[in-house]
Design a protein around this ligand. Structure first.
Ligand code: SF4
Length: 323
């Protein structure tokens, strides 16, 4: 990848929650950089910490420790007022826009709401003009302006969510499972819309999903998470050609294939995700990994660069992959 300016740099980010049974390590020392105008896909099973990661970056959760640099500025410990200003630049698109919006508001009111919160329009005419422009950009017909979200299908509701996110002209968006609740045909339309917006506006995305096939085309880089930790990180192209972590291999083997000549087998992942409460100092995948030996239960593996730009956290990565 050419040397692009970094939009978001996250270093050793931790987000812990106190629970009645112990400390839940939702995000446990995750680091990454996202160049401007590119997408980092964050993938993993439900409960791996990927949504908490996105929300902590946006200060929707207060971080436990770590450092977040946005556009060259350290925003790790900024106060609420400072972050309110920054929210114009940093937006989020949710999985189910219906759960995050007021059902009594019409489409045009919903899309206009962020403009009003941030007092970014001087008159009703200016709001109406901006809302019409955004509806056009996200593919909502003018006749839907006075409709309510419950009258619309999932794809149109997600277009409202995207309209609300882009109306403030942000430079960075956390997309939290934005197509997971949609039919496959609608998923493709929404992904195309998001890619077009990225190209037109030089947007930077974190794209969170449990579905690797969804991030394949939209992501420049992919980070695979397991129980709060990053276990593999590479460019999207590289990750789909070579996977070195046993968990990533299993995830990729589970993607449905259309090529009947492809005889590669699905690798089953045994057992359930173990609890992220007070985790032991060991590989978190060890209880489910068919290659686990004593060394895997002795300490937590760190991400190491095994090929240029390709990082893996596995004690046995070199011997298992002949690297
Ligand atoms: Fe499996 Fe051990 Fe590697 Fe963990 S460190 S993924 S248990 S081989």
């Amino acid at each position: 990848m050419e040397n692009k300016e970094i939009m978001l740099s996250v270093q050793d980010l931790k987000k812990y929650f106190n629970t009645p049974t112990g400390v839940l390590h939702a995000v446990d020392g995750v680091s990454f950089d996202i160049p401007k105008g590119t997408t980092l896909g964050v993938v993993g099973e439900s409960g791996c910490g990927k949504s908490t990661l996105g929300r902590t970056v946006l200060h929707l959760h207060k971080m436990t420790s770590g450092k977040i640099m946005f556009n060259g500025k350290d925003i790790s410990n900024i106060n609420k007022q400072e972050f309110h200003e920054l929210r114009k630049e940093m937006q989020i698109i949710f999985q189910d826009p219906f759960s995050s919006i007021d059902p009594r508001m019409s489409v045009k009111q919903l899309i206009a709401e962020p403009l009003k919160i941030f007092k970014l329009a001087k008159s009703k005419e200016e709001i109406d003009k901006k809302v019409s422009e955004v509806m056009d950009i996200v593919g909502l017909a003018p006749r839907l302006a006075d409709s309510y979200a419950h009258e619309l299908d999932g794809g149109r509701r997600q277009r409202i969510g995207i309209g609300r996110a882009i109306i403030l002209d942000p430079s960075f968006i956390v997309c939290d499972e934005p197509v997971s609740a949609l039919d496959v045909s609608i998923q493709a339309q929404i992904l195309n819309l998001m890619q077009d917006l990225q190209k037109d506006r030089n947007l930077t995305y974190i794209f969170i999903t449990h579905n690797l096939s969804v991030v394949k085309h939209i992501s420049d880089d992919i980070m695979v998470m397991y129980l709060g930790c990053a276990v593999e990180k590479a460019t999207s192209k590289e990750l789909f050609q070579h996977q070195y972590h046993p968990y990533t291999k299993a995830l990729i083997s589970a993607i449905p294939r259309v090529n009947l000549d492809d005889k590669s087998k699905r690798i089953p992942i045994k057992g359930e995700l173990v609890s992220p409460i007070d985790p032991k100092d060991q590989c978190r995948f060890a209880p489910r990994c068919e290659y686990a030996t004593d060394v895997c239960f002795g300490s937590t593996p760190k991400l190491e660069e095994v090929e240029p730009g390709h990082f893996v956290a596995c004690h046995r990565v070199r011997e298992l992959n002949n690297l």
